[in-house]
Design a protein. Structure first.
Length: 276
């Protein structure tokens, strides 16, 4: 639970939050605000974490980790899984696809209407098309771009003004170890997730002065996928990572525990990659 200061404006108090227009248009928000003034002399609210791909696997595991840290949640997934998880953890859920700009806008609007703030954003998208390198069609390469890179850019455009107004925030992009050592098994993923790492570094350079951080988490093979033993054997531990292990690393990057880390692509792959 976090308290936000208020400042005097005539005979009433108004929030220092720059989203004054939203506040004035929402009577329920005004009611709760003035109740908190009477009780605490301040606005009392949890921080908010938005999770794209928050219905199952690593995304759901991150949602549970952030719930333990008392974050309110806004979840999106293509299926009903995000709604099922919302019923378990609370928060809001929006069905949608990361590659659909309209769905991303709906998630953003719903989150702001409900909470009025966004402190952390996790982007975890599904696997793009695969195939033999030169057999992948132009349309499949375009689809991969829309699935992997564009959601990061689009969501950054939406949340950055909010985080600037709040004095900071953290964005984490879950990509893959093959962004560090490209794999012919995942051609389009390897190519476009490198683009995410590049965008992450550029973004952190541009908005670090606003106390907004962006990092990439590069997992190895994880038990949220049904993978044969040969993939587990690629790790020095001879096992798959658990989704919970990846989620703890993501939660670290999403919170102030990692307040001096930005612009990084951090491998959590169990030693699959060999380069230093």
């Amino acid at each position: 639970m976090q308290f936000y200061p208020i400042r005097s404006f005539g005979f009433i108090d108004i929030p220092t939050h720059s989203l004054w227009r939203l506040f004035m248009s929402n009577r329920l928000l005004q009611r709760d605000y003035f109740r908190n003034i009477l009780k605490y002399g301040a606005i009392m609210t949890n921080k908010v974490c938005v999770i794209i791909g928050g219905g199952s696997g690593m995304g759901a595991a991150v949602a549970r980790e952030m719930d333990k840290r008392n974050y309110d949640l806004a979840l999106m997934s293509p299926s009903e899984n995000c709604e099922i998880l919302k019923n378990e953890l609370g928060g809001i859920a929006v069905r949608g696809k990361a590659e659909n700009a309209t769905d991303l806008q709906e998630l953003f609007n719903t989150t702001m209407n409900k909470y009025g703030r966004i402190d952390s954003l996790l982007i975890h998208v599904g696997g793009p098309p695969k195939g033999d390198l030169l057999e992948i069609s132009d349309e499949e390469w375009i689809t991969a771009n829309e699935m992997v890179l564009l959601p990061v850019i689009r969501m950054s455009k939406l949340v950055t003004p909010i985080m600037q107004a709040q004095g900071g925030g953290s964005i984490v992009n879950i990509t893959t170890f093959s962004a560090f050592e490209p794999s012919l098994t995942f051609p389009t993923s390897s190519v476009y997730r490198v683009g995410v790492s590049s965008f992450t570094k550029l973004y952190s350079d541009r908005y670090g002065a606003d106390n907004i951080r962006m990092n990439c988490l590069l997992p190895g093979f994880t038990d949220s996928l049904d993978l044969p033993q040969r993939f587990a054997d690629m790790s020095v531990f001879k096992r798959l990572a658990s989704a919970q292990e990846q989620a703890k690393a993501a939660a670290f990057l999403l919170t102030d525990d990692s307040s001096y880390i930005t612009g990084q692509s951090i491998r959590n792959d169990g030693g699959v990659t060999r380069s230093m």
